[in-house]
Ligand binder design. Structure first.
Ligand SMILES: *[C@@H]1O[C@H](CO)[C@@H](O)[C@H](O)[C@H]1NC(C)=O
Ligand SMILES: *[C@@H]1O[C@H](CO)[C@@H](O)[C@H](O)[C@H]1NC(C)=O
Ligand SMILES: *[C@@H]1O[C@H](CO)[C@@H](O)[C@H](O)[C@H]1NC(C)=O
Ligand SMILES: *[C@@H]1O[C@H](CO)[C@@H](O)[C@H](O)[C@H]1NC(C)=O
Ligand SMILES: *[C@@H]1O[C@H](CO)[C@@H](O)[C@H](O)[C@H]1NC(C)=O
Ligand SMILES: *[C@@H]1O[C@H](CO)[C@@H](O)[C@H](O)[C@H]1NC(C)=O
Ligand SMILES: *[C@@H]1O[C@H](CO)[C@@H](O)[C@H](O)[C@H]1NC(C)=O
Ligand SMILES: *[C@@H]1O[C@H](CO)[C@@H](O)[C@H](O)[C@H]1NC(C)=O
Ligand SMILES: *[C@@H]1O[C@H](CO)[C@@H](O)[C@H](O)[C@H]1NC(C)=O
Length: 891
């Protein structure tokens, strides 16, 4: 695939590895011209060594130097000799102490809030607390980096006190590593070999990024927690992490394993009401706070997916949560208790039409609302199942009135392409946060429940599962970092005037540049990416259709039925969808407040995009909006979504050499977008073939299973290759691929060859090869036309992409390489030589010979078109031309 990347070194700026993300402080155009609008000195009111105020000062010095090439001096308030212009940095309290008259002119700030005033180079940065001062400094620097030096004043308060990220980092993995569960950017930055890492440089850099977007705590270890996190040695290690977080105002939180008193403490029980258990946890908590006096608190996953919990002893979830709440209370800590409680062993689809995992959270928490202590917050995933591409908002938010709640969002793209697909999530989050739950028939947007206003509560907020790793890109992909950035911005002010697109554009300016075209292209791709991904994966609320039993990554719709995890589609030959109605189904719709429950109860009042979430309907059921049948919508959406993904590499290439798009990041992003375009076609064909096979209903436009530019590998003349029946069948074109048959090593290479069919006239073509890259070897392939080597490639994607590895020939490993502009003569012979490696038998599925003017022509067309439409709205991108484009893109 790398052979696709043609780079002109000229015009590409110095390489960047992504470590500084949006805090690059890159020099802006005409930097010198801004100098007289900037402070010449920084006056600190109260900067003790290692405090967030000290950090704010360091960032200001570094930032103003980086962005403008201007050096500023730092001086204390007492010995300032009035420079021309100054930035005054400190807490409101310290400012009022030295300027008693100023108190009345300052706006009201809540905890962590800040006040920022810029007036002809004089700047006031005041925080309600030290952390707030740092937030103010980062806000000012963000404006500067975007070239904004205008005068203004602003008071900014966070919407909610809990703005945490969760890391699902394992201390130990098979005895050696520190891996990250559902992390796609490398190993843990905190743990290695069962211990806290000696070198915590990356932990400090992470805290810096998080502070710049207003995040105030990190839960550093996996919710599937290891009791050994609490050994004396590891508690010392955790204290070292807290020490490197502290200058950034980031607090440490810890996931606990409910059974620790028994497994680590050697007690005979972990019953939350047992006195010895209570005092064991009190002892642990006290010794953590001796080391980390400002620890944020705990996160607990209990009685979920086989984890221990209070229900093990027939105690309530409130008994379980309060156990920790009481240990934390004297120290001012809080506990986030996860609502993700369900018993997968009790779910059996075959036996019970009414069984439904979506019902579990409300089922377990109802009746407990007045039983939680006041430092307990229930952490609820946004939807009732599990971070799917489309879910209704969890009804539990409408059931807990007295108890504080936090929403759990997933920044790491577990079901959403694992950072190997670009999927910008802020539009989805924005939709969820503004969703009106109509509690007591009153306006009840989710964000007003989280910030406590709707029900008059103090505690609540946001938990984002980030899962960054040691990769310098943090998440494994440069473009995926817009999700981390947007998460922080939304947690600070979900209902603010900032749109998902506005947040994205800030991020683009800071991460790349303010170049018009860079802004337009990345905006266009990112804003189209979630709808496109939903289109080419699972539609109408059916879920993502990833392989639920393996990596949660590639297509395997059959795995979404009959599994013991309760993620079901109930697809049969005639109909599809979960019947979650009250009258005939699982009753889930009835968990919503009455007006919503009534809406979801009937197909003709349920939004189309949730139809199959709530209803079991025939494939021929017609949608309210388009009047298409369900099955035709599946087909059309998969063609449209995958066609959208085909445009991403071409759009990105149009940025080569633009300001801020350095060679390293350019190549890295292009590689991923090219991969995504190929895998989107795998998705399209797998899903369409699967449901065509299941329903027997043909595509009205005749596209499904009718790929006229395709030559199946199994139809070629094979030497050292044999046909292989792929499982699941839909993961291969024609349900078969070919694999080498002579064992290992270079002498085990195999070859397939064919004389190209008559319709391939002399000319230039894009030649695409679909193959499988399994994580059990690095096969190599060569593509030949007559005696000319067109290109070769290696099957080592698993080392490059970071997505869940798979040892199988399936939808997770199916991928595609394209060689553009290949010269072919009529009657040419095409050959692929594959050399197996390890246990990977160099599998090949098919070859597409795409006539000139088809794929590349479409790309050129788009680039040309883009010059015309780029200035118009992003919606223009997904306009009606998608349909016609989709119909020609039958590769
Ligand atoms: C200055 O900082 C110290 C240490 O953080 C604190 O104890 C003191 O109250 C602060 N003074 C003012 C005026 O804010
Ligand atoms: C669990 O508690 C319920 C209600 O308190 C009680 O009816 C039931 O017998 C208990 N079961 C066990 C196994 O203790
Ligand atoms: C980051 O990950 C990408 C892909 O996973 C890989 O190509 C690159 O080498 C990694 N870089 C570092 C510094 O870990
Ligand atoms: C569900 O019940 C059926 C019928 O008894 C059984 O064959 C199947 O194994 C069960 N499935 C699970 C996941 O328990
Ligand atoms: C009602 O539920 C039954 C299963 O109990 C199902 O077979 C049937 O299709 C459902 N009826 C409708 C109209 O959805
Ligand atoms: C929907 O399509 C069907 C089949 O073509 C047609 O009979 C029906 O009138 C259409 N309904 C609407 C509201 O357009
Ligand atoms: C998604 O699919 C629908 C239905 O075919 C189409 O109207 C829309 O343009 C598609 N959007 C994208 C971004 O692919
Ligand atoms: C495959 O290649 C990668 C580098 O691209 C290497 O790190 C890895 O060890 C190789 N794996 C096998 C199984 O040979
Ligand atoms: C191929 O090599 C792997 C080790 O890389 C070995 O485990 C496997 O048994 C070999 N298979 C054959 C058929 O020789």
């Amino acid at each position: 695939m790398r052979s696709l990347v043609f780079l002109a070194a000229i015009g590409l700026t110095a390489a960047e590895d992504g470590l500084n993300a949006w805090l690059r402080y890159a020099r802006i155009d005409g930097a010198r011209g801004y100098h007289n609008k900037l402070p010449s000195a920084i006056v600190t009111l109260n900067a003790t060594q290692g405090s967030p105020i000290q950090t704010a000062v360091n960032e200001l010095v570094q930032g103003i130097d980086g962005i403008f090439g201007k050096k500023v001096a730092v001086t204390g308030a007492d010995k300032r000799h009035r420079p021309m212009t100054a930035a005054t940095v400190g807490t409101v309290h310290a400012f009022v102490d030295s300027n008693p008259g100023a108190a009345n002119d300052l706006p009201e700030l809540v905890e962590d809030g800040f006040y920022l005033k810029v007036s002809r180079g004089n700047v006031l940065i005041l925080g309600q607390n030290e952390r707030g001062t740092l937030y103010g400094a980062f806000h000012y620097l963000s404006l500067l980096a975007q070239g904004n030096v205008s005068d203004f004043s602003l008071a900014s308060n966070p919407d909610a006190p809990i703005r945490w990220v969760n890391q699902w980092d394992n201390m130990q993995d098979g005895g050696t590593h520190g891996s990250v569960e559902r992390g796609y950017g490398g190993d843990s930055i905190f743990f290695w070999d069962g211990k806290v890492r000696e070198d915590l440089t990356r932990a400090a850099q992470y805290a810096r990024l998080l502070a710049s977007i207003g995040i105030n705590a990190v839960v550093v270890n996996n919710v599937n927690a290891d009791a050994k996190t609490l050994t004396e040695e590891n508690m010392d290690g955790l204290a070292r992490i807290a020490d490197v977080f502290r200058p950034y105002g980031v607090q440490l939180g810890l996931s606990l394993n409910f059974a620790s008193p028994q497994t680590l403490g050697g007690l005979p029980t972990f019953d939350p009401l047992d006195e010895t258990v209570i005092s064991w946890w009190r002892g642990i908590t006290d010794s953590l706070y001796r080391r980390i006096p400002d620890m944020a608190g705990y996160l607990v996953k209990a009685n979920s997916e086989g984890q221990p919990g209070p229900m093990t002893y027939n105690r309530t979830l409130a008994d379980g949560a309060n156990l920790f709440a009481r240990a934390l209370k004297p120290h001012g800590g809080i506990i986030l208790f996860r609502a993700f409680v369900y018993d997968h062993r009790s779910l059996n689809q075959t036996l019970d039409w009414k069984a439904d995992r979506a019902n579990a959270a409300v089922h377990y928490f109802d009746g407990l609302d007045d039983q939680f202590d006041d430092n307990v917050v229930i952490q609820i995933k946004y939807g009732p199942i599990d971070f799917q591409v489309r879910e209704p908002v969890s009804p539990l938010f409408a059931h807990l009135i007295k108890t504080g709640t936090a929403i759990e969002l997933q920044i790491s793209q577990e079901y959403l392409g694992q950072q190997a697909h670009l999927v910008y999530l802020a539009p989805m989050w924005k939709e969820i946060l503004s969703f009106d739950l109509r509690v007591d028939d009153q306006p009840s947007p989710v964000s007003s429940i989280l910030n406590g206003k709707r029900f008059g509560r103090k505690l609540g907020g946001y938990a984002g599962v980030a899962n960054v790793g040691t990769n310098t890109t943090w998440l494994g992909s440069h473009l995926a970092m817009s999700n981390l950035y947007a998460y922080g911005r939304l947690a600070w002010g979900p209902a603010s005037s900032l749109s998902a697109e506005g947040i994205l554009q800030e991020w683009i300016k800071l991460t790349f540049s303010s170049d018009r075209k860079v802004l337009d292209v990345i905006t266009r791709m990112s804003m189209a990416s979630w709808p496109a991904y939903e289109n080419y994966t699972g539609n109408l609320g059916i879920q993502t259709l990833t392989d639920i039993l393996l990596g949660h990554y590639g297509p395997n719709p059959a795995s979404q039925d009959g599994n013991p995890w309760g993620q079901w589609t109930r697809a049969d030959a005639d109909s599809i969808g979960m019947d979650r109605t009250v009258w005939n189904g699982t009753g889930f719709a009835g968990q919503y407040p009455p007006s919503l429950a009534a809406q979801y109860e009937k197909p003709d009042t349920t939004p189309d995009n949730l139809l199959l979430w709530f209803h079991h309907v025939p494939y021929t059921h017609r949608l309210r909006g388009s009047n298409k049948t369900v099955i035709q919508h599946f087909y059309d959406a998969h063609y449209a979504g995958s066609a959208t993904a085909q445009t991403f590499p071409a759009l990105w290439r149009s940025l080569r050499g633009r300001k801020g798009v350095d060679r390293e990041r350019y190549e890295h992003v292009l590689f991923r977008l090219t991969y995504q375009a190929g895998h989107a076609l795998v998705w399209r064909d797998s899903i369409n073939t699967f449901y065509f096979n299941k329903s027997g209903i043909a595509d009205e436009l005749g596209r499904v299973n009718n790929n006229k530019y395709r030559i199946e590998a199994e139809d070629m003349q094979l030497d050292g290759y044999v046909p292989y029946a792929v499982s699941p069948f839909e993961a291969a074109s024609g349900s078969r691929c070919v694999v080498t048959s002579r064992g290992n090593g270079t002498d085990a290479r195999g070859e397939m060859r064919t004389v190209l069919p008559g319709w391939v006239k002399t000319g230039r073509y894009d030649v695409a090869v679909n193959y499988y890259d399994m994580a059990i070897g690095n096969s190599t392939w060569e593509l030949w036309i007559d005696d000319r080597l067109v290109g070769n490639w290696k099957g080592d994607l698993e080392y490059i992409l970071g997505k869940a590895p798979s040892p199988y020939i399936d939808g997770q490993t199916a991928t595609r390489v394209t060689f553009e502009g290949v010269k072919i003569r009529k009657g040419s012979v095409l050959r692929i030589v594959g050399t197996p490696d390890g246990l990977e038998p160099a599998p090949v599925d098919y070859v597409s010979i795409l006539p000139e003017g088809l794929s590349s022509g479409v790309k050129h067309f788009l680039i040309r078109r883009e010059n015309i439409v780029l200035k118009s709205s992003v919606d223009g991108f997904t306009d009606s031309s998608c349909g016609s484009r989709a119909s020609v893109l039958m590769f």
